[in-house]
Design a protein around this ligand. Structure first.
Ligand code: NAD
Length: 389
């Protein structure tokens, strides 16, 4: 069996799916590993390191695509690469199956088995494969570091002979994985932190990190969507959150916002008025930018300065920390591979909850029902022909 490691081609991508130290257990099973030259260079892994680990390094990307039986990757290959994949191969990575299912059509038709790291069920057995959590952890940390760097103030309280500097005030919206890491990082830097989440359960975690949890009375609405995620809220319930956010923004030096509802556009929680209420020099980092953003002024991927407030909307923060993001991702991938590669033999078992949950397509057909629905041809409206439905 041949496992291929490609150099990522998406703009700004610096991560790699497997590092040289990830290869030992795979090579010990008799698997051959072919690495595209330069694949790990941004993540601190040279071609020589892969060669020393026992892989073959080649500049011939097309031959890896055509011959690899197993292709762990970070981002989905583009259509031209998909058309070169070996039929029956298994591709595993962040495939964006719910955001951009159309972009996977060539691979599905090849046919290629597609396993999505985003769809790995978040059950305790699969925790070690939870790449969304790994990347959210990196993003939450980096968002605070970027904000601290841009803020024209210090984070910690300083008592000096020249006087006392008060601590920076950080407001974190959405206390999931990224938000909790943002809180922990801001606290370590000495900031005073407040946080808001619709899930009441997040309150205890926020407080355990030394931050203040801001509660909103949602009028008895159930904000828990299942699996630990938030539910999509009504406009009325969202408005209660928006009011709290506008009030809190006025006293915050930094806002890091991370609120998301799986499979839905990010909730618009931060009004223009909230940004305008912040002091000039303040910083807002919208980590929900890939899903459209939590702030109504966010332009995904762009940095704006609005009334002196810097609004960042990064699309791929893990790529700003490529060494450790790749280390975590490679561990997640390796743990998933342990499910599908046994004694050097590759088998995807769709009776297994984790593999079935992650499987986007197998043997030419979409497996995930949500992806299948998204890929259905649009129903021809009978009404258009004057026929009642
Ligand atoms: P996420 O990225 O979907 O959302 C981030 C946060 O935004 C969540 O805490 C959510 O409650 C919050 N949010 C959504 N709408 C909001 C709104 N209108 N206002 C304020 N906040 C809003 O979530 P995530 O970080 O991936 O994880 C969320 C939950 O899943 C957490 O409870 C986490 O502990 C749990 N989780 C479980 C596992 C596991 O069991 N393996 C793994 C990862 C996460």
């Amino acid at each position: 069996m041949l496992l291929g490691i490609l150099k990522e081609t998406a703009a700004g991508e610096t991560r790699v799916a497997l590092l040289p130290e990830s290869l030992k257990t795979l090579l010990a099973q008799g698997i051959s590993i072919s690495v595209e030259s330069g694949a790990g260079v941004c993540a601190g892994a040279s071609d020589e390191a892969y060669t020393a680990a026992g892989a073959t390094v080649t500049a011939d990307r097309a031959s890896i695509l055509a011959n690899a039986d197993l292709l762990p990757i970070v981002n989905a290959p583009d259509a031209a690469d998909q058309a070169k994949l070996k039929p029956g191969a298994v591709v595993i990575g962040f495939l964006k199956p719910l955001d951009a299912p159309e972009a996977l059509k060539t691979a599905i038709a090849r046919p290629v088995t597609l396993l999505s790291m985003e769809l790995v069920p978040r059950i305790s057995r699969a925790q070690s494969m939870d790449a969304l959590s790994s990347m959210a952890t990196v993003s939450g940390y980096k968002a605070v570091i970027m904000a601290a760097d841009l803020l024209p103030r210090l984070f910690p309280m300083l008592m000096t002979a020249a006087g006392t500097i008060p601590p920076a005030k950080v407001f974190v919206i959405g206390a999931g994985v990224a938000g909790l890491q943002a809180i922990a990082t801001a606290r370590r830097l000495g900031a005073v932190v407040e946080a808001y989440d619709v899930r009441a359960a997040a309150g205890e975690q926020v407080r355990s990190l030394g931050a203040k949890f801001l509660d909103v009375d949602l009028g008895g609405i159930n904000a828990e969507g299942g699996g630990g995620y938030a539910a999509e809220l009504s406009e009325e319930a969202l408005d209660r959150g928006r009011d709290l956010i506008t009030k809190t923004a006025a006293r915050s030096d930094v806002i890091v916002t991370t609120a998301q509802v799986p499979g839905r556009p990010a909730p618009r929680l931060i009004r223009r008025a909230a940004v305008e209420a912040m002091r000039p020099g303040s910083v807002l980092v919208d980590l929900a930018a890939p899903a459209g953003g939590n702030c109504e002024l966010t332009k995904p991927g762009e940095t704006q300065i609005i009334n002196g407030v810097t609004l960042l909307a990064p699309l791929n923060l893990p790529a700003e920390v490529p060494v450790d993001a790749s280390h975590l991702y490679a561990r997640n991938i390796l743990n998933f591979l342990a499910l599908i590669v046994k004694k050097g033999v590759l088998t995807v078992d769709l009776n297994d909850e984790v593999q079935a949950g992650a499987c986007v397509a197998h043997e030419g057909k979409p497996v995930n029902p949500r992806v299948a629905k998204l890929l259905e041809p649009p129903a021809v409206g009978l009404a258009a022909f004057g026929v009642a439905g």
